[in-house]
Ligand binder design. Structure first.
Ligand SMILES: Nc1ncnc2c1ncn2[C@@H]1O[C@H](COP(=O)(O)OP(=O)(O)OP(=O)(O)O)[C@@H](O)[C@H]1O
Length: 259
């Protein structure tokens, strides 16, 4: 099933390279030799069962966890040996979209999306207004939504506000942690479209953690399947469908078997 990402953009030099990554908690070996390359501008979905280590892998990508062994190269730099300050600079290249939209309930939609700009830039108010509007536009959120509070929005709209906030600083990489979990099929499709829009319009590199196979096949250039601490299959959605690893087959049958 290798090399992965055969349908990634030809110009896509690696944005993320994970090399022989190992991580053990106590005597629990969670990652036992992960190798993964995500070309710039492409979308990689990490699929795998519950507890297979997807979140642990993602946390290594932003330096929230240090591995026992291995490299995590982001945009040409190995972040594993980095200290807090250097890591913060690398993290500024990332936007994050969490499972729960993680919006501030006491702030309006506008203030939620403006928050990273107010925290990390000296942008004047008119520039902030323009950037926030542009990102909300990209997510299909109209002007009248700006003054509403998260509690007054549907789950799908909250996700889109979360994504608008994740991309307001023009990140090079967006990490999505289970972006469609708990959403109905129509809202899931809509969130998939937003992920694709962010990739197409902004050229971001995306890593999506998911156990939603349908969504994975919608958005991925590359799917990496994690099982028992290693990536057992990796390639385009079409290649993954042909994979003969038993864990992948069982996982895909739960969805394709029903459709
Ligand atoms: N900080 C930690 N300390 C100890 N064990 C941990 C820690 N973080 C994760 N684990 C363990 O590592 C394993 C993988 O967890 P992880 O959250 O990465 O799974 P996942 O694939 O994201 O699962 P899910 O799809 O259910 O979110 C689990 O057994 C978990 O209990």
């Amino acid at each position: 099933m290798s090399p992965p990402a055969s349908n990634a953009p030809a110009s896509g030099t690696p944005m993320i390279q994970v090399v022989d990554l190992h991580k053990t908690f106590g005597d629990h070996k969670v990652l036992t030799g992960i190798n993964l390359t995500v070309p710039a501008g492409s979308t990689c979905v990490i699929l795998g069962g519950s507890g297979s280590g997807k979140t642990v892998l993602m946390k290594h990508m932003i330096g929230l966890l240090k591995p026992d062994r291995g490299q995590v190269i982001i945009d040409g730099e190995d972040i594993v040996p980095m200290g807090v300050e250097a890591l913060q600079k690398v993290r500024n290249k990332f936007g994050m979209v969490f499972q729960a939209a993680a919006l501030f309930d006491s702030m309006t939609v506008f203030e939620n999306v403006a928050f990273p700009l107010r925290e990390h830039t000296k942008d004047p108010e008119d520039v902030i207004r323009q950037k926030v509007r542009a990102r909300l536009d990209l997510m299909g959120l109209k002007k009248e939504v700006e003054d509403r509070f998260p509690a007054d929005l549907s789950g799908g709209m909250r996700k889109r506000v979360g994504l608008a906030r994740a991309i307001v600083m023009d990140p090079k990489v967006v990490l999505y942690d289970e972006p469609t979990t708990g959403l109905d099929p129509i809202t899931t499709d809509y969130v998939d479209e937003m992920i694709l829009a962010a990739q197409k319009e902004l050229g971001v590199t995306s890593v999506v953690i998911s156990h939603d196979i349908s969504s994975a096949f919608n958005v991925a250039d590359q799917i990496a399947f994690l099982s028992k601490g290693v990536i057992v299959a990796s390639g385009s959605p079409e290649q993954l469908r042909e994979a003969d690893h038993p864990a992948v087959k069982v996982f895909l049958e739960t969805w394709f078997g029903k459709n």
